[in-house]
Design a protein around this ligand. Sequence first.
Ligand code: G1P
Length: 295
Amino acid sequence: MLNVTKAVFPIAGLGTRFLPATKASAKEMLPIVDKPLIQYAVEEAIAAGITEMIFVTGRSKRAVEDHFDKSYEIEAELEMRGKTQLLDIVRSIKPSHIDCFYVRQPEALGLGHAVLCAEKMVGNHPFAVMLADDLLEGDPPVMKQMIEVFDHYHSSVLGVEIIAPEDSTSYGVVAGKEWEESIIKLSGIVEKPEPNVAPSNLGVVGRYILKPRIFEHLRRIKPGAGSELQLTDAIQSLLADEQVLAYNYRGRRFDCGSKLGYLKATVEFALRHPEVAQEFGAWLESRWSSAQAKA
Ligand code: G1P
């Protein structure tokens, strides 16, 4: 049986929704409290048993490479100052059994094109695609849940959740029949449909496990929604060859590709962070009470 050991992280997007913060750095480097989004995604992959991280990078994305590389200066400084806890945090960013690879996407031509750029590194294996701006929490972690589904059915699996009908224009939306609890056998998928033509209320979140045949279809597709080469269109095309499943994962998602979702994640994670939770919680409460008193 083939194990999923590789994950592709497309990080070459322009991140225009977070300008000016993303002018010279990847949106995936934005921190939620003190950890960049990309690290949350890599940790989710590691928890799922994935050992090879393939980053599809673009211009101004070098911070990601540096983040997963050894930093002699920081480590030497922390060692000298006896800051062992911070030293452990810095050293654990990339555990020694994990390998990181980088491939450039020369132009931001869309998610489908980004995944195609990773073809040579992925080879003839099933692989995960993880969009780090979707911050997912689950127990077990969502990618681990999805790998269990993949191991059972040996089909490509898309992570989905129920979305509000008016939000269909932000998602790949799937059509299909529930096969078993939380498992939908796909009959179609459309990128960012208008609500009146959306085939269901199940939207794809940024987690995919794909069989390598997807590459044939990625090579064939034409620009779709937003004039971009869409992964969604290649999945629709793949359906002619093989079964694809959607999996309504157990867990919670923060859409950190939007300012509002990013702020919600920041507040939620701050309220659980051992260093700041108590004081931040108290401040938030007093802030809320004074806002209510004024209202
Ligand atoms: C991408 C995909 C879309 C998916 C979404 C999840 O869109 O194209 O199908 O539903 O990620 O976050 P983007 O958010 O990059 O526009």
